[in-house]
Each structure stands twice: as C-alpha cells, then as structure tokens.
Design a protein around this ligand. Sequence first.
Ligand code: MTE
Ligand code: MO
Length: 432
Amino acid sequence: MPLDPNAESRYDRTRLRQWAHGRARSAGVERRDLLKLFAAGAVAAGPLGLAAGGTATAADTTAADAAASGAAPQPGIVKALPPELFTVRGTNAETNFAALRGTGQLTPVDRFFVRNHTATPRIDADSWRLKIWGSGLAGGPVEFTYDRLRSLPSVERTLFIECAGNGRSFYTTQQGQQVSGTAWTLGAIGVARWRGVRLSDVLRLAGVTRRAVDVLPRGLDAEVLANGVNLGRVRRPLPVSKALDDVLLAYEMNGEPLPPDHGAPVRVVVPDWIGISSIKWVGDIEVSDEPLYSPWNTDLYRLFGPDQPAGGSAPLTRQTLKSAFELEPGATVPVYRTRLLTGRSWSAAAPVHRVEVSTDGGARWQRARLHDAPRRGGWVRWSLPWTPRATGATALLARATDATGRTQPETAAYNTQGYLFDAVVRHPVLVV
Ligand SMILES: Nc1nc2c(c(=O)[nH]1)N[C@H]1C(S)=C(S)[C@@H](COP(=O)(O)O)O[C@H]1N2
Ligand SMILES: [Mo]
C-alpha cells in the first residue's frame, strides 16, 4: 500500500512527541547525551565544513581534526577518486556533474558519490549474516546468509539515492546563511539500478507481527564519534509501514555485485527518502513493538531554525526537487558559438515533467527539451542550445516542475544543518 506523505508526517510527529517526553527508548545512546548534542547544535551552527556546535558529523570532525593537525584528510573510500570525477570532502566524495555529460540515465559506479560517516569496511560475503531480531517478531532472532538472500525472489528498480544535505553550500553562497555539515554542491546524488530482495519478504520470513512499530537497520561500519559522544553505529529507524511498502535489501548495483563503498555485500535502499535511510553494510535489523530513536532521527536530519517549528521539525523523510547543469562551475565559453547546455532534474515527490532554463541570470526562461520519460525515482536529462551574444560573467539557471505542480523556488527555507536545499542554483559561466 503506498504511503501518503501526510501519514508519514503524522507518524513522525507522534514519535517526536514520545521521544521528547522520554517515552521512547533511544536505541543505544543515552537520551541525555542526545539532548546535549541537540541543544548545542540547534543554536550553534558553525562555519561550513568544520566541526560545528554539537551537530558535526564524523566527516566534519575528521576533516577538521586533519586540518588542525596539518595532515591532508584521507577519505576511507576504496574506489579511485580522480579529480575530474569527484571532489573529495572529508570522508566523502562528491560527483562532479560535468563528469555525467554523455552518460546515461544510470550513474556509472566509478562516478557515484560516496557519503561515509567513517570509512568503507571490507566485509566478506561468505561469513556475513543479516540478523533480524526484536520485540516486533513472533519468535527469536532469525539469521540470513548471503546465499539465502540471493535465493529469494529478486526485484530490480532504478532509484536515486541523494544525501539530505545535497546542495547545502548554496545556503551560504546564494543566501548568505551559515549552516553546519559537509559543504556539498549538487553532486551528492546518484541514480542506480538496484537488485535485491524486498525487505517485506525478509521481515515476513522472520516473523514480523502486527505489533511491530519501527524497523531499525544498522551498519557494520565503525561507531561514529562526534564531539566526544559515541553515537554508535550508523542506524536510523523506519516506520514499519514504509519498511513493508517498497524498501529493498540490495546486493547488486547497475548489474554488478554491490561495490564496497556502496554497502557490500548488502545495503538498504529506501525509495524517495533522504540518503541516510539507505543504510549501507547492513548487519542487523531490529524490529520493535515500541518507537525507536537514534541520533539520525533526533538531533540530525530534522529542521531547526527560526522559520522551523518550535523545537524542530519532524524527522525528515522525502527528498525534495533539484536541477543541475552538466558543466564545470565557472566554465569559460566562447561568444557567438552555439553549444548544447545539458543537465538533469529530479524530484522525490513525482516525475519532473517541465524544466526551464535561463541563460541571462533569470530574466527570461525557455523550455528545455527532455530526453527521458518523466519517471518517479529517477531523473530527467534535458538540453537547450545556447548562443552567448555578449562577453562577461553570467549565470545559467535551471528550474524543474514536478507532476504535483511544485516548482523550484528562488530561495530555500533556512535550517541550521542545511538540509533539503531546493532553490534554483545560479551556475556561474564566463563568456569570452
Ligand atoms: N552504514 C552506513 N550507511 C550509510 C551511511 C554511512 O555512513 N554508514 N551514510 C548514509 C548517507 S548520509 C547517505 S547520503 C548514503 C550515501 O550512499 P552512497 O555512499 O552509496 O552514495 O548512505 C547512507 N548509509
Ligand atoms: Mo546523507
């Protein structure tokens, strides 16, 4: 049964109230530690990319520590990160959009962004086990081997994974606002063809009951340390309704076994929801008959700030909509020469069916030609020929509208951690 967004937010608001009143168990982290982090972070957002207030992620801490010690930050990423394909940001690697020019609907693995809270672990598929356990099951824990998972009926789906902080740096560069977290431009997104099993099939085999409320997948990567607090392993609860709806346990990406950096041997893929939901290197899943909390749905991945609900928003679920040019920022282009501008637009709410482009800083807009059938879960590639007629610095803008009628706004709603940036981005170019 599809989950409507209102049901999602009703669900999360209830959880939030329960947590605030101390009625929910906070799965491995002391509630007072979370409150400490939460209180510090909500008020003290520091400069981009540095350890900021209490809400710095391990990535920020690592980058800041490395900078302080004079050593270059060393991302714990296995695949090659050539500078033409990626921009390294702490423990993470951002896809350079220009490197997608000429590629298809799917992001090739060699240029798919990596967001690691710590480092990519190497896990042997033969000794790997997935343990399903908790009060929401009819019986005791159930373990699945890799071969057992692969023997279950498989499904294949083309879906994007996008970090909640994608576009974060534009809060600062376009809106003059300070936000904490990794200073992504627009490349913390990738679209892949995922093959795996339905989480619902696995949960049913494990004996999920009608009492189950929350499902908490946990990664096998290292515990995350932030400002002296051990947040434990990366984990974020999902409402059981979403877990039983369309979530995958994926073991293949673009037709190949899942690569180490993207969660080998098995990761969770949660369609439409912010990237943190899609837990990599999953090792166990708690199924609980009471609400669960982790730092990733309490002080992190919620909206805080003067324009947000008092005490913060409900935990974030769906991603938003965006557009990006497949062009280097600040590219030099010759005057009077026609070139084809290309890019991509995507929305987590509905297919993108209209993209407009402005080549004069936003004064006039033209419809771009779409090269993909609008489809939920993926992006549309688009193009527009452009003949610059004056020299000098200018900005290219692209603006998407999805089938719900939502269009990218001029400014994004400020929040201290810079999540869900959705405004039109000004892409600088120099005409010579
Ligand atoms: N175990 C684990 N899962 C994780 C993370 C992580 O650090 N550890 N990062 C999350 C975040 S914040 C994002 S945006 C996506 C990124 O997926 P990718 O690295 O395959 O692009 O993975 C999510 N799953
Ligand atoms: Mo993320």
